[in-house]
Design a protein around this ligand. Structure first.
Ligand code: WTA
Length: 637
C-alpha cells in the first residue's frame, strides 16, 4: 500500500488512520521515498503551538529546484514542464520542456547573483502571468533568495507597503502587461511605488508589450540582455529544510497585510503530496490551474506541487472573458487539459453566459475539476458538473488557505464520493477540530463550530514576516494548542466537512448562528439571480438582521421587484428556514470584490449598517465604482 498515491477509499481510510496515529512516521516515509535530499533530517518534527514554533525535517538539506527540475532531467527532460498560453489566442503557446526550464532558471539565477542577490535576501516579483514569472520564482529558490510575489493587479501603494514590510532589495517586473483587450503600465506602477521604497537597489524589467518606458539610470535594467550574457550553469544553494522559501501577503480581517512566511522542506513535501492525490495526476496528463501566481494557489498548484511531480502545468496569461467567454473551454480543448482547477467566482460568471460558449468545445479530455477560494454554491457546483464535467468528472472542492500552504480538506477524485458544497474529508496528516464558543471541542457528527487544526502539517506557514507575535495572536491564541483557521464549518452525519465561511461573516440572528454562505447558496438558486452577498445589520429585537445584496442575471429584469423579494425569501425559507429570511434586499449591478475575486463584505456591512463615513480602503477593489452605486441605492429605512 502506498502512502504517497491513494487509489481507493479503503486505502484513504488506512493511510489517514496511520497519518493520525503515527504522523512522524507517515510524513517521514513520504519525504524519504519521493524527494531528493542532500542530507537527511535529524528529527521529523518538533512543535509547540504556544510559542508557536514548528519545525519539520530539522537539519535536512535540500534545494527545492533540484526536486522540481533537475531530478526530472534524465527521465523527462523533453517533457513539457510549463505550457504557456498567451492572452491573445493568435499568439503561439510556448511549450517549455524540463531541460529548457532548467536552462532558463539557471541563467536567471546567475543574473540574480550578478546583481548582488544572496541567500536570504528578499526579492519582490511583480509580473504578469508570463513564463518569466515562474522562472523568476524558481531562480530565487535556486539561490536561496526569498521571493515575495505581489499580484500584478495591486496598486502602487499596495506594492510599496509589501516591498517595505519585507525590505526587498530588488523588484522584477515588466514593461507592461496584457489583460484581455487592455494593456497595463506595470513599470509605471513600480516607478510610483519605488518613490517610497528605500531598500530597493535594482529593478529588472522583462519586455512584454514593447511600450516606451522610462528606465532609471543606475537602478533599472532590461532583463533579456542580462539573461543572454549569463551562464546556464548555476549550482543550487543547499538550503536547510526550515530556511524561508517565500513570503506571500494575505489580508487580515484588520490591519495591514500579513507576510505569511513559508519554509522549504515541509512546504515541498506537502504541496507535492497534495497535488498528486487531489488531482490524481498521471504521467502524461496536462494540468491547468487558472489562478494567478500572485496568490498561494498559483505558488503551490501552478509551480511547486506540479513541478515536484514532473507534471505539465499550464500557465495562462489572460482572462476568462477574452476574446469571449468561451476562452477557458477553448484552451481545455486546444491543450487537451485533463485536470482543471478554478474558482467559484469564475464558474458563476461563465454560467451566466451563453451556454453555446461551453457546449461548442470538446471537453472530453477532462478527468478532474477543482474549485478553490470560497464556498462553492450548489447552483455553480451543478453547472460545473453538468456543463463542464458532463457528469463524468469528480469535482474536488478544495479547502485551504495562504497560511496552510496546501490543500487541507478535499475529496480525492475517484476515491471520495463527492457531495455538492462539501469539501468532504481531511487529507492524510490533517486533524481538524470544530470548537464551540467556550473553547471546547465539539465531538461527533451533525455538529458545527469554528474550524481548527490540532496537529501540525508540513506545509503550514511558520510565521508572519517580521511580526511573530501577530502570528501567535491571529492563529494560536483563540483556542489553546490549536491552529485557528478563522473559518466556520459543519460536519454532517457521515463526517464530511462543509465550510460555511469566515467566522467574521457569521451572523447571529435571534440567537441563531447563520452562515452567510448557505443563505447565499439558497438565493443563488433562484433562476433570476446571478450572485448575492449577505451581511448583518443591527436590529432592535433580533440583535442582528440580514441584509441581502442581490445581483440579477439580467440587470434589466423587468419583473416586479417586490415579487422577486418575496420569491427570494421563500427560497431561503425553503432551503434553510424562516429564521434566515432577509429583512432587506437590495438589487445591485455588481458586488465589490477584491482582486482575487472575494466579495468585500466589510464594505457591504458598513453600508447596511448606515456606517458609511469611513468605508476604509477601497482602492484595492477590482471595481471601486460599484460601491458608489450601491450606496446611492441603499435601503435606509
Ligand atoms: C476560503 C485560498 C470554502 C476560506 C487557497 C479560507 C474556502 C480562505 C475554500 C482562504 C473552499 C478557500 N470552500 N471556503 N473550498 N477555499 N476558502 O488565503 O474562507 O486566499 O479561509 O487561500 O478562503 O483564502 P486564501
Amino acid at each position: 500500500m502506498s502512502n504517497y498515491h491513494i487509489k481507493s477509499f479503503d486505502e484513504y481510510y488506512h493511510v489517514y488512520r496511520k497519518s493520525v496515529r503515527e504522523p512522524e512516521n507517515f510524513w517521514e516515509e513520504v519525504a524519504e521515498e519521493h524527494f531528493l535530499w542532500r542530507k537527511k533530517w535529524d528529527k521529523v518534527l518538533s512543535w509547540d503551538f504556544n510559542k508557536p514554533e514548528i519545525k519539520w525535517f530539522e537539519n535536512a538539506k535540500l534545494n527545492i529546484t533540484e526536486n522540481c527540475i533537475d531530478r526530472h532531467l534524465h527521465i523527462r527532460g523533453d517533457k513539457t514542464a510549463i505550457l504557456w498560453e498567451p492572452n491573445d489566442p493568435r499568439e503561439a503557446a510556448q511549450h517549455i520542456t524540463y531541460k529548457q526550464l532548467h536552462q532558463r532558471v539557471s541563467k536567471f539565477a546567475n543574473v540574480l547573483k550578478e546583481q548582488g542577490i544572496e541567500k536570504g535576501d528578499r526579492v519582490c516579483i511583480y509580473l504578469p502571468m508570463i513564463p518569466e514569472l515562474a522562472v523568476a520564482v524558481l531562480a530565487c529558490a535556486r539561490i536561496g533568495a526569498i521571493h515575495s510575489v505581489v499580484f500584478a493587479g495591486f496598486s502602487s501603494t499596495a506594492l510599496a507597503t509589501r516591498i517595505n514590510d519585507s525590505t526587498c532589495k530588488m523588484v522584477i517586473t515588466s514593461d507592461g502587461s496584457y489583460r484581455g483587450s487592455k494593456t497595463i503600465d506595470l513599470k509605471g506602477i513600480v516607478d510610483a511605488a519605488l518613490e517610497e521604497c528605500p531598500s530597493i537597489e535594482t529593478v529588472l524589467v522583462a519586455k512584454r508589450i514593447n511600450s516606451d518606458i522610462e528606465m532609471k539610470e543606475g537602478r533599472d535594467q532590461w532583463l533579456q540582455p542580462l539573461l543572454d550574457a549569463a551562464s546556464d550553469d548555476c549550482p543550487s544553494e543547499i538550503m536547510d529544510a526550515e530556511d524561508p522559501l517565500f513570503i506571500l501577503y494575505t489580508s487580515g480581517s484588520t490591519g495591514r497585510p500579513k507576510g505569511m512566511m513559508h519554509t522549504t522542506g515541509g512546504y515541498m513535501v506537502y504541496t507535492a503530496y497534495t497535488f498528486k492525490n487531489v488531482f490524481q495526476y498521471r504521467e502524461d496528463d496536462v494540468y491547468w490551474c487558472t489562478a494567478d501566481i500572485g496568490w498561494i494557489t498559483g505558488h503551490s498548484y501552478i509551480i511547486y506541487g506540479p513541478l515536484a511531480n514532473g507534471a505539465t502545468t499550464v500557465m495562462f496569461e489572460g482572462v476568462p472573458s477574452y476574446p469571449d467567454s468561451g476562452r477557458f473551454w477553448e484552451i481545455v480543448q486546444k491543450h487537451k487539459v485533463n485536470q482543471f482547477y478554478t474558482a467559484p467566482t469564475a464558474i458563476r460568471a461563465l454560467a451566466k453566459e451563453d451556454q453555446e460558449l461551453v457546449e461548442k468545445y470538446d471537453l472530453s479530455s477532462l478527468k478532474v475539476l477543482g474549485s478553490v477560494g470560497e464556498p462553492i454554491n450548489e447552483e455553480a457546483w451543478h453547472w460545473y458538473d453538468n456543463h463542464v464535467g458532463k457528469k463524468k468528472c469528480p469535482i474536488v472542492d478544495t479547502w485551504w488557505q495562504t497560511e496552510t500552504g496546501g490543500i487541507m480538506i478535499s475529496p480525492i477524485p475517484y476515491v471520495t464520493p463527492t457531495k455538492p458544497t462539501y469539501a468532504t474529508l481531511p487529507l492524510p496528516g490533517i486533524q481538524p477540530a470544530l470548537m464551540d464558543e467556550n473553547g471546547e471541542e465539539v465531538k461527533g457528527n451533525q455538529v458545527d463550530g469554528r474550524l481548527c487544526i490540532k496537529f501540525p502539517w508540513p506545509g503550514m506557514a511558520r510565521s508572519v514576516w517580521g511580526d511573530h507575535q501577530r502570528f501567535k495572536d491571529t492563529y494560536f491564541s483563540a483556542f489553546e494548542n490549536k491552529y485557528f483557521t478563522g473559518d466556520g464549518a459543519l460536519r454532517d452525519e457521515v463526517g464530511y466537512y462543509r465550510i460555511t465561511g469566515r467566522v467574521d461573516d457569521v451572523i447571529i440572528v435571534s440567537g441563531h448562528n447563520l452562515g452567510t454562505a448557505p443563505i447565499e447558496d439558497a438565493i443563488n438558486e433562484h433562476p433570476a439571480v446571478a450572485e448575492s452577498a449577505i451581511v448583518g445589520f443591527p436590529h432592535d429585537v433580533k440583535g442582528n438582521a440580514l441584509y441581502g445584496y442581490v445581483m440579477l442575471k439580467d440587470v434589466g429584469e423587468s419583473r416586479d421587484r417586490d415579487n422577486l423579494r418575496k420569491e427570494i425569501n421563500q427560497q431561503i425559507s425553503d432551503k434553510i428556514g424562516p429564521i434566515a429570511k432577509l429583512d432587506k434586499i437590495q438589487f445591485v449591478t455588481g458586488l465589490p470584490k477584491t482582486r482575487s475575486g472575494k466579495i468585500m463584505r466589510r464594505i457591504l456591512r458598513k453600508i447596511a449598517s448606515k456606517d458609511t463615513a469611513n468605508l476604509g480602503d477601497t482602492s484595492t477593489l477590482l471595481n471601486p465604482d460599484v460601491v458608489e452605486s450601491i450606496m446611492e441605492e441603499a435601503i435606509v429605512s
